[in-house]
Every structure is written in structure tokens, then in C-alpha cells.
Design a protein around this ligand. Structure first.
Ligand SMILES: Cc1cc2nc3c(=O)[nH]c(=O)nc-3n(C[C@H](O)[C@H](O)[C@H](O)COP(=O)(O)O)c2cc1C
Length: 198
């Protein structure tokens, strides 16, 4: 995908970062395991506090018996477009660090680290020509139940994965907003030495 006006970098940067964006238009085609597992492999190599690797991923592919239950936990507005995804991947993170011979202790960086894992996942898929769209709007208690996630794990996000399609597969409302968006400028997010933001 080429950069559009909303995605013109201010400084030289690998196009990997600028090209990834969260479409809502998917073809619904079957995703090969080889693609999914390359993305899972990318997750594996994310950095984490003390190399604790607190992320755990639970995936369902469309047209499998497990799809309906996880799909059913998405907010209705998200279901409207995620219905054409090829897979849904639930990212959960361990809130506790297991210690041999000692009680588990809280793991402060579990969400931060799992964010890094999701970033690896999204960028690897983008590189392979597949799109991702993170979904925070889902019923966490229902997802915990249907995926059998123990209490120790926080439910972070469900990621819809699919081959990008033309926006015409979407309702008019979604088609209108289905384009890459922009970002704050570097000087709005970075300062030297002291916090200097509005
Ligand atoms: C943690 C998280 C939760 C999100 N939840 C939703 C959601 O519930 N529904 C939705 O349509 N998009 C959701 N998004 C997508 C964001 O709106 C999107 O990533 C953001 O606008 C930046 O656009 P880009 O990913 O195309 O660069 C979520 C993204 C993240 C990272």
C-alpha cells in the first residue's frame, strides 16, 4: 500500500510502520495456518519485563465450531464489520509472575508487554499482506467464560485478522470512515529532558 496524505512520515522511517492500518473491510477468505503461525512466531520475540512473556493468545478461525462463541462477545457495532474476518485472536496477559518456591507476585508490565506482542503480530501480518484490527469493545466476562481464561489473566483485546477487501463490502457508514488515519506530530509526543506538552 502506498502512503496517502494522512500517512506522510515527517522523518525517514521503515514503511512497515506507516503501511499498517486497521481496515474494517475483509474478504472472509480462509487464512492459512502458515500465515497465522508466522504471526504467532513474531509475537514470541517481543520484549517483556524480565523476559516474563506474559502474553497468551487464543485463536478461532471462521467456519470452525469455536468461531460463534468468541464472535458473540464482540460489541454489536464491532460485529457488523468483524463478521468478514478470517480469524479472531484473543490476547490475554498474566497479571502475576510465577516464582519457584515463593508466592506469585504482581507483574506490573503485563499490559505494556502484551501491547508489544500485539504490535509484532500486527506488523508481521501487514508485511504478509494481511490486515489486523484490534477490538477493545467486547464483553470481557463473556470472553473469559467462552475461552476458559483463568482469573489470573487480564483480557486485553480481540484482534480481527483478514485479507483486506474493498470498502464496498461495508455499510455506507463504515465505508466512509474506512481509510488510514493520521497521527500527532513528533513534537507533540516527544520532549527533551522535561514533560513539555499541553
Ligand atoms: C487497544 C485497542 C482497542 C481498539 N478497539 C477498537 C474497537 O473496539 N473498535 C474499532 O472499530 N476499533 C478499535 N481499535 C482500532 C483503533 O481505533 C485504531 O487502531 C486507531 O484508530 C489507529 O488507526 P490504525 O490502527 O488504522 O493506525 C482499537 C485499537 C486498539 C489498539
Amino acid at each position: 500500500m502506498s502512503h496517502n496524505a494522512a500517512r506522510t512520515p515527517e522523518h525517514p522511517v521503515d514503511s512497515l510502520f506507516v503501511d499498517r492500518w486497521s481496515t474494517r473491510a475483509f474478504t472472509g477468505e480462509t487464512i492459512p495456518d502458515s500465515v497465522l503461525f508466522t504471526a504467532f512466531e513474531a509475537v514470541r520475540w517481543a520484549p517483556s519485563g524480565g523476559n516474563t512473556q506474559p502474553w497468551r493468545l487464543i485463536y478461532v478461525k471462521r467456519d470452525t465450531p469455536q468461531w460463534d462463541a468468541l464472535f458473540g462477545t464482540l460489541a454489536e457495532r464491532n460485529q457488523q464489520w468483524a463478521v468478514r474476518a478470517s480469524a479472531l485472536v484473543l490476547f490475554v496477559s498474566s497479571t502475576l509472575r510465577a516464582r519457584p518456591n515463593d508466592p506469585a507476585e504482581p507483574l506490573r508490565s503485563h499490559s505494556f508487554d502484551t501491547g508489544a506482542a500485539w504490535s509484532n503480530f500486527a506488523h508481521q501480518l501487514s508485511k504478509l499482506g494481511w490486515a489486523t484490527h484490534a477490538i477493545g469493545g467486547f464483553d470481557r466476562e463473556a470472553a473469559r467464560r467462552v475461552a476458559g481464561v483463568p482469573d489470573q489473566y487480564a483480557l486485553e483485546v480481540v484482534v480481527a485478522v483478514g485479507k483486506p477487501a474493498d470498502s464496498s463490502v461495508l455499510s455506507e457508514e463504515f465505508a466512509k470512515i474506512n481509510h488510514p488515519n493520521s497521527r500527532l506530530s513528533v513534537k507533540e509526543i516527544v520532549s527533551q529532558g522535561k514533560f513539555a506538552f499541553n
